[in-house]
Design a protein around this ligand. Structure first.
Ligand SMILES: *Cc1c(COP(=O)(O)O)cnc(C)c1O
Length: 419
């Protein structure tokens, strides 16, 4: 397998420029904002009519990422007081919903005062707390109930959040009780249901079956409410996966959208469907760049010791995968005639777990070369234990501004032919 070498020219230029300015070896994130905007637009434009796209900002809540996606998406999905802060500071205000287990009373109150569109209720206990807060503010608050549905076996994925014991949502068996509780809460108004059942879904056919399962359940769930005509919204969550190991083969989003459109057209009273996507929106724009500081052979295995590590980019450790690596030789102009050999790419931490990728075939790697880990824009830096060993935090460089973007980079929405 030959190493991947393609990178957007403007990102390469920003990396080069950054390395020139650094006196120490480089460890930094680069985000391609024009590519992010183009990808977001492609995801959005593939959607059927009346289907909305929210961005789940926990995937990456950096201001520049939010500001780039805000004009593209219909709104944001938030899960904490801190995320409310970030979304409300966005240059382009958008509607937003608050979900997640363990909501603080203070956050729920703050959310109402800041104009939350709807709450996604995670438990029966939350209904009581939310009613009290809405009553104290003398408002009627729209809510969706998050359901933990009983899923057919074949619809499960690796990171299941539903169809099994989980802190998320309300078991289907308790749904009638929850609907009654909202119906009898004078300051709450039930608008529909929310399901975020899985993450890392890489197969569009399986996701189609999951969505059609939800749509089949919809009339039954809706009928539980006394004023069921008020229930119009079905939030189907996120969970669209990114293929980290075969970057050329990505989820066929347009295909999913086409089948959803057909299903909705066939329904008598279709719900207003909303996606709230994190990973599949922001992953592709990010690059984690580290500089090789040392090369060594230990017990026959080659190691590249790099600036940074899993305390800055925990994703490969969290996924237990070998992240793809792009090699940028310092002397890019000289022909690289060396033999390929496998290298294990590690960081600076004093733990054997600090591994970014194992056995990557690279050739002619030298100290001072850069290694680029692509697909680093979602659940990268922000899920990392950045204070471990007191290393400095990495710089985050946001390349290009949406307004001055004449050349959107290749979007990952179209599935590319397999090599
Ligand atoms: C994390 C999360 C999302 C986004 O999930 P992705 O896999 O990043 O698309 C959406 N909804 C809820 C409730 C979540 O917790």
């Amino acid at each position: 397998m030959a190493e991947q070498t393609t990178m957007p020219v403007h990102v390469l230029a920003a990396i080069e420029e950054h390395q020139r300015q650094c006196s120490d070896p480089v460890a930094a994130f680069f985000y391609d904002l024009p590519a992010l905007a183009a990808h977001g637009r492609a995801v959005k434009s593939a959607l059927p009519e009346n289907v909305e796209l929210y961005y789940a900002i926990k995937a990456n809540s950096e201001a520049a990422i939010i500001d780039t996606l805000a004009p593209v998406v219909d709104g944001f999905e938030l899960s904490s007081g801190g995320e409310i802060e970030r979304a409300c500071n966005s240059a382009t205000p958008r509607p937003w919903v608050l979900s997640g287990p363990g909501k603080l009373d203070s956050d729920m109150r703050h959310a109402m005062l800041q104009g939350v569109e709807a709450f996604h209720i995670e438990s029966i206990g939350e209904i009581t707390r939310l009613q009290t807060i809405a009553a104290s503010l003398q408002r009627t608050q729209p809510v969706l109930l998050r359901i933990n549905p009983t899923l057919p076996d074949e619809l499960s994925s690796r990171l299941k959040m539903a169809g099994t014991a989980s802190p998320f949502g309300i078991d289907e068996a308790q749904l009638a009780e929850a609907v009654t509780a909202v119906d009898s809460a004078p300051n709450l108004s039930l608008r529909g249901f929310h399901i975020h059942a899985m993450s890392h879904q890489k197969c569009e056919q399986r996701h189609q079956r999951l969505l059609s399962f939800y749509l089949q359940c919809w009339p039954r769930w809706r009928a539980l409410a006394s004023k069921h005509e008020q229930l119009t919204q079905l939030n189907v969550g996120g969970g669209i996966g990114v293929n980290y190991l075969q970057p050329a083969q990505q989820f066929d989003w347009p295909d999913l959208c086409r089948s959803l459109e057909q299903q909705l057209e066939a329904m008598h009273e279709p719900p207003l469907v909303r996606f709230e996507i994190g990973r599949f929106l922001s992953a592709f724009c990010g690059y984690y760049v580290v500089e090789v500081m040392d090369t060594k052979i230990s017990h026959g295995e080659g190691f590249l010791v790099c600036r940074g590590g899993t305390h800055q980019f925990r994703l490969p450790a969290a996924q237990a995968h070998d992240h793809p690596v792009i090699h940028l030789p310092r002397s890019a102009n000289q022909p690289n005639q060396a033999e390929y050999r496998p290298w294990t790419v590690v960081g600076q931490l004093c733990t054997p777990k600090d591994v970014l990728s194992r056995h990557q075939p690279l050739r002619g790697v030298a100290i001072g070369d850069l290694l680029v880990l692509p697909l680093a824009g979602a659940y990268g830096y922000n899920i990392s234990h950045a204070d471990f060993l007191c290393h400095p935090r990495p710089e985050q460089i946001f390349v290009g501004h949406v307004s001055e973007s004449p050349t959107p980079e290749a979007s990952h929405v179209q599935s590319e032919p397999v090599e």
